[in-house]
Design a protein around this ligand. Structure first.
Ligand code: C5P
Length: 230
């Protein structure tokens, strides 16, 4: 596809992983580094797009790739609730929304005001009650404005590529996105690593690209699919 179509387009990209507070010093998180989402933001900017990057707990070293780029505005966020407000505030101005962040499905129901102390627990391990977080991507799909393109990521563990794609197709239908980038994750792949494998599905569930390589390579493939879908 001709990526010239991305010139001047406004992108909203999320990257990283949310952290759900337990108390002032602890959280529930995940191992997403933000490398894939930052690579998508950098690639979009390189193709002439203007990018708002919602960075959920992304290390400075990872953000360095876009830090000096005037076409990328970085908005740091922590929890899913913070990501949600930033995403809702920025989405109406976006032509393309790419949600690459790993959002915690649950948060702690009652965040402790003070550090939870072992000596206060009378020998019993504490129990954390979780409540579901809103599905931000589903909300954005719901609020979509005409012509806006929405892209989701699906990080899945699966025993085979067929199972991975089947999970991806179900997620695609459930979320109502225009494109879904399915990536296999596990103890040693996907999250944190510099390389990635993406299977990109279009709205009909068709695989439009299979790409393995650096997160820059996979970002470029995703933007080709975006340009083709616009
Ligand atoms: O359902 P699942 O979490 O696997 O969906 C992944 C996709 O949905 C990603 O694009 C992720 O950024 C987005 N998501 C979201 N809000 C949530 C959970 C996931 O926007 N609460």
């Amino acid at each position: 596809a001709d990526t010239a179509a991305l010139e001047g387009k406004r992108f909203l990209v999320s990257a990283g992983g949310t952290r759900e507070p337990i108390d002032p010093v602890r959280y529930i998180g995940n191992r997403s580094s933000g490398k894939q989402g930052v690579a998508v933001a950098a690639a979009a900017a390189a193709l002439g797009a203007k990018v708002v990057l919602l960075a959920a707990n992304v290390d400075e070293a990872v953000l360095a790739e876009v830090a000096e780029n005037p076409a990328v505005r970085v908005v740091p966020v922590g929890s899913a609730a913070e990501l949600q407000s930033a995403a809702l505030a920025a989405s109406s101005g976006a032509d393309v929304v790419i949600m690459a962040a790993a959002v915690s499905d649950y948060r702690v129901a009652d965040v402790a005001e003070e550090k939870i102390r072992k000596e206060d627990s009378a020998g019993e391990p504490p129990t954390l009650t979780l409540v579901e977080n809103p599905d931000i991507l589903a909300e954005l799909v719901h609020m979509r404005r005409p012509g806006q393109l929405l892209v989701g990521f699906a990080a899945e563990t699966a025993a085979s590529t067929d199972e991975l794609l089947e999970r991806g197709r179900r997620k695609l239908r459930r979320k109502g996105v225009d494109l879904l980038a399915v990536n296999a994750v596990g103890w040693n792949e996907g999250f944190e690593s510099a390389e990635n494998t993406l299977h990109i599905l279009d709205r009909s569930g068709e695989v439009v690209a299979n790409v393995s390589g650096t997160k820059q390579n996979t970002a470029d493939a995703l933007l080709h699919a975006v340009a083709a879908a616009l």
